[in-house]
Design a protein around this ligand. Structure first.
Ligand SMILES: Cc1cc2nc3c(=O)[nH]c(=O)nc-3n(C[C@H](O)[C@H](O)[C@H](O)COP(=O)(O)OP(=O)(O)OC[C@H]3O[C@@H](n4cnc5c(N)ncnc54)[C@H](O)[C@@H]3O)c2cc1C
Length: 479
C-alpha cells in the first residue's frame, strides 16, 4: 500500500532514479520509485553493461587474431556466436541484483512496477490505478533510440539497443549500423569482430562527432582496417525489405547507391521519454530534447526536479549519477541549492582504440576563441604500448595559452579511460602539467604517457634566456 504522502516519488528506475531513491531513503526520506519496464534502466539492461560485456569478448577475439604481432602463430579463434551472447547475459545477470526491486525495498524504498503519469502537479497515477502523492517528484525517465524519419524504415525489421542484446539470437551474415556515434561505433566493431559483415553509415563527415577530430579519425581507420565499410557524410534515404534482405539507399555528395544487408541496427541518436507522462497536467515544460531544468535541476515546477538523460545535457551513466546526488541534496535542503556544473564532465567510448575525453576539444577551443596551447604525446613512443603492440594512440592536453592550467584532454588507445582520469583529477583541482611532470610514474605504464606529455610542457619553459643561463653555468663548471 502506498504511503499517504511521500517525501519523494521518483519516476524511472535507471541510474538517475535509483541513485535518487537510494540517496533519499538513506537520509531517512519516504520514497516511492516507479518503473515501467526493467529495474536498472538502459545502463544495466540495454546499454553500458551488455555492450561492455560484448566488447570484452570481441576485444579478446581481436587480440587472438593479432597474436602474430607478439610472436604467436597466426590463428582464427573458435567461438560460438550464441555462446558469446549467453555469456554477456550471464555477466549482466551478476550485476542485476544491485538494481533489483528486492534490494531497493531492502533500502526502504517502495517500488511500484508500472507506467507513471502525472494527474496534477502533486499526484501521479500508475497504470494499475495506484495513485501516489508526494511533496517532491523526480522525473528520471531517460531516453530511447531515436528512429529517424527515413522513408521505409518503419516497414523493415531493425534492431535498436533495446533489442540487440536480447533478440539477436543467431549470427546474421551482415548488418548495417545506422549512426557513427559512440553506440554505433562500439557495436559496429563488436559485430565485425564476431564475424558479421558490417556497413556503418554516418550522416556527419566524421565518426564520434563530439570528440577530437583525430580521435574520430583513429577509430575510423581502425574500423576500416578491421574490414568495416565506413561511409561518413552519407545519408540513408530509403529502406526496403524483400526475401529476408533489406536494401538501404544511401546518398553521398548527391550520388545515390544501394546497400543490401540482412540486419539493421539503428543507433542514430536518442529521443527523450516525455510522452504519456502527463507533463502538461503537471505544468512541467519540455521540448524535443527533454524536460527543461535549470542548473539546480529544478523544472518549471519548483517541487518537481529531473535528472539523468531526460534532463541532459549529457547522456552518460556517470552524469545521471552526478545529477541525482544534486537532486537528493536540493530536495532535502531547498534553501541552499547546489548547482550542476559540467565543466569537468568526462566520457569514454569503448572502441579499439578507446577514446577518452574531458573539456573543450581543440576544434571547440578554436571555434570559441579560447587561447590555448596543445601538448601531444604519441603512443608510438610509449614503451609499454610498444611491448604490448598497442601503439595506436596518443594523449593530447590543452592548456590555457602560456599558462600551466589544464583545460581539457583527449586520450586515445588501450586503457585510455583509465589514463584520462589522472589528468582530469589534476585539472579539476588546479594541478598543472609541471606538477604532473614532477610526479614519478611507474615504468612502464600507460599512465606514464601523462608524465611524458607533461614533460613536453616543461620543455617550453626552457626559454632561450634560461637555456643561455644554463649553458653559461655548465661552462663555468668545466673551467
Ligand atoms: C548501447 C548503449 C551503451 C551505453 N554505454 C554507456 C557507457 O559505456 N557509459 C556511460 O556512461 N553511458 C552509457 N550509455 C548511456 C547510459 O545508458 C545512460 O546515460 C543512462 O542509462 C541514463 O540513465 P537514466 O536513469 O537517465 O535513464 P534510463 O537508464 O533510460 O532509465 C529511465 C527509466 O525510466 C523508465 N520510464 C520511462 N518512462 C516511465 C514512466 N512513465 N513511468 C515509469 N518508468 C518510466 C524507463 O523504463 C527506464 O527504465 C549507453 C547507452 C546505450 C544505449
Amino acid at each position: 500500500m502506498p504511503e499517504a504522502t511521500y517525501n519523494v516519488v521518483v519516476i524511472g528506475a535507471g541510474t538517475a532514479g535509483l541513485v535518487t531513491a537510494a540517496g533519499t531513503a538513506g537520509l531517512g526520506g519516504r520514497v516511492a520509485l516507479v518503473e515501467a519496464k526493467k529495474m536498472g534502466g538502459d545502463c544495466l539492461n540495454f546499454g553500458c553493461v551488455p555492450s561492455k560485456a560484448l566488447i570484452s569478448s570481441a576485444k579478446l577475439l581481436d587480440r587472438i587474431r593479432r597474436g602474430r604481432e607478439v610472436g604467436l602463430s597466426e590463428m582464427e579463434p573458435s567461438f560460438r556466436f550464441e555462446e558469446v551472447f549467453r555469456s554477456m547475459r550471464e555477466r549482466r545477470a551478476r550485476i542485476e541484483p544491485n538494481d533489483s526491486k528486492e534490494r531497493f525495498e531492502g533500502l526502504g524504498v517502495d517500488v511500484f512496477l508500472g507506467r507513471a503519469k502525472f494527474l496534477s502537479p502533486h499526484e501521479v497515477e500508475i497504470d494499475d490505478g495506484t495513485r501516489l502523492r508526494a511533496r517532491n517528484f523526480v522525473i528520471a525517465t531517460g531516453t530511447r533510440a531515436l528512429v529517424p524519419p527515413v522513408p521505409g524504415l518503419d516497414r523493415v525489421p531493425y534492431y535498436t539497443n533495446e533489442t540487440f542484446f536480447d533478440e539477436l539470437d543467431r549470427k546474421p551474415e551482415s548488418i548495417l549500423v545506422l549512426g557513427g556515434g559512440p553506440i554505433g561505433c562500439e557495436l559496429a566493431q563488436v559485430a565485425g569482430r564476431l564475424g558479421i559483415e558490417v556497413k556503418l553509415v554516418e550522416l556527419l563527415p566524421r565518426l564520434l562527432p563530439r570528440d577530437d577530430v583525430e580521435a574520430g579519425e583513429a577509430v575510423r581507420k581502425r574500423l576500416a582496417r578491421e574490414g568495416i565499410d565506413v561511409a561518413t557524410g552519407t545519408k540513408a534515404v530509403g529502406f526496403e525489405h524483400a526475401s529476408g534482405r533489406t536494401t538501404v539507399t544511401v546518398e553521398t555528395d548527391g550520388a545515390k547507391r544501394n546497400l543490401t544487408t540482412e540486419a539493421v541496427l539503428v543507433a542514430a541518436g536518442r529521443t527523450p521519454n516525455v510522452e504519456s507522462l502527463g507533463l502538461e497536467a503537471a505544468g512541467v515544460k519540455f521540448d524535443r530534447r527533454g524536460v527543461k531544468v535549470d542548473d539546480t535541476l529544478t523544472t518549471s515546477q519548483a517541487h518537481i526536479l529531473a535528472c539523468g538523460d531526460i534532463a541532459g545535457p549529457y547522456a552518460f551513466t556517470h552524469a545521471a549519477d552526478y545529477q541525482a546526488r544534486i537532486v537528493v541534496r536540493n530536495i532535502l535542503l531547498p534553501w541552499f541549492k547546489a548547482r550542476a556544473s559540467y565543466r569537468w564532465m568526462p566520457w569514454v567510448t569503448y572502441t579499439d582504440p578507446e577514446v577518452a575525453h574531458f573539456g573543450p576539444t581543440e576544434e571547440e577551443a578554436r571555434a570559441k576563441n579560447v587561447a590555448h596551447d596543445v601538448f601531444r604525446y604519441d603512443w608510438e613512443e610509449l614503451d609499454r604500448a610498444v611491448t604490448d603492440s598497442e601503439t595506436e594512440g596518443f594523449i593530447k592536453v590543452l592548456t590555457a595559452r602560456g599558462k600551466d592550467r589544464i583545460l581539457g584532454a583527449t586520450v586515445v588507445g588501450v586503457h585510455a579511460g583509465e589514463v584520462m582520469h589522472e589528468v582530469l583529477v589534476a585539472a579539476k583541482h588546479g594541478i598543472g602539467l609541471s606538477k604532473l611532470s614532477g610526479t614519478v610514474h611507474a615504468y612502464p605504464t600507460y599512465s606514464s604517457s601523462v608524465q611524458r606529455v607533461a614533460d613536453s610542457f616543461q620543455k617550453t619553459r626552457l626559454t632561450p634566456r634560461v637555456a643561455g643561463l644554463f649553458r653559461w653555468l655548465y661552462r663555468r663548471r668545466r673551467s
